[in-house]
Design a protein around this ligand. Structure first.
Ligand code: ATP
Length: 304
């Protein structure tokens, strides 16, 4: 698949603050990628560098094989940034009209309104709109030039549940046509539900990069639970493929680096083991494991 954009070795410091450190992400056309991390992880700074709004101290940004600014000017890359300024006395229709006039082949205005869900209030002044409605107007402005790559910084902030749902439905429609999306979020569920790939960042560095399933597997593997009569914790923890073991409510609970190996070892050593269950760890736990505890070592190696 051909490349949509690449960020290679990006570093950005603000005085003593290391906002982004040697960050590398390569994204192919058609991918929907979530940039996931807690507040202050460096997501907005990364996006600003991708858009050419901030110059990196080190590293390189390539968008469709060229310069970020060229991609923006040609309408190939568009963005929805946090708190983008909207004039109170203008209407969404006027703003969309202005935006469309900047591009050679914009989307028809009615289609922009429809896709962004702003038809009902397109002629109301921005000063009268709610926070969620203003977010949709920002989305409409990003869609106006009919871009191939959409970059969204916390797009659903301030949207209510219905607003979020319809926003993601629209995003799905956008990406289904083979277009590329990068969105920053700290909502785990959004990354899990809407991205093909998740890039977890902490302290400006990529700490994991892969599909939701890969991130889960890399971070915490699986948990095997079973009734194992007569076994103690030490014996269980010594089984191949098992990282740690505990007894919880009369059941053994084994955290596994390799659950296939662990189940074979369990049944060989304890043939009477019963009520066996293996579950994957949710992205939320993986996210907390990676970004939550400052004193926890990072897992070895990123997935890509
Ligand atoms: N212009 C700036 N001057 C000084 N420090 C900055 C500046 N911009 C960002 N930072 C700092 O860089 C770090 C990364 O910030 P950034 O906004 O990129 O994180 P983020 O992951 O987008 O967080 P949030 O979700 O809160 O927006 C933070 O410590 C932030 O305080």
């Amino acid at each position: 698949m051909s490349e949509a954009f690449s960020l290679r070795g990006l570093t950005k410091r603000f005085g003593p603050v290391h906002a982004v450190e040697e960050l590398t992400i390569e994204v192919s056309r058609g991918e929907v990628v979530a940039l996931l991390g807690p507040n202050g992880a460096g997501k907005s700074t990364t996006i600003d560098m991708l858009l050419g709004l901030t110059r990196p101290d080190e590293g390189e940004v390539r968008v469709f094989g060229g310069d970020a600014r060229a991609a923006v000017d040609a309408g190939r890359m568009a963005a929805m940034v946090q708190n983008g300024f909207l004039l109170r006395d203008t209407t969404p229709a006027e703003l969309v009209g202005l935006m469309r006039s900047m591009y050679r082949e914009p989307l028809p205005a009615a289609e922009v309104f429809e896709r962004a869900g702003i038809t009902d209030f397109a002629n109301r002044r921005c000063g009268k709109l709610s926070g969620g409605q203003l977010q949709r107007v920002r989305y409409a402005l990003a869609l106006a030039g009919d871009p191939e790559l959409l970059v969204l910084d916390e797009p659903t902030a301030a949207m209510d549940v219905d607003g979020r749902r319809s926003f993601w439905a629209s995003m799905h429609e956008f990406s289904a046509g083979g277009r590329t999306v990068l969105f920053a979020t700290h909502y785990l569920a959004e990354a899990e539900d809407y991205a093909d790939r998740v890039v977890l960042v902490r302290h400006g560095r990529v700490v994991a990069d892969g599909t939701v399933a890969e991130v889960r597997a890399a971070v915490s593997g699986r948990v095997l639970r079973a009734v194992v009569r007569g076994a103690n914790k030490v014996e269980l923890a010594a089984l191949s493929g098992v990282t740690t073991a505990r007894i919880q409510g009369g059941r053994a609970e084994l955290a596994c680096a390799d659950s296939d190996l662990a189940i074979r070892a369990l049944l060989t050593t304890f043939p009477d083991a019963s009520d066996i269950e293996i579950t994957a760890v949710g992205l939320e736990e993986a996210f907390l494991a990676l970004t939550g505890d400052e004193h926890t070592d990072e897992p070895e190696g990123a997935l890509r």
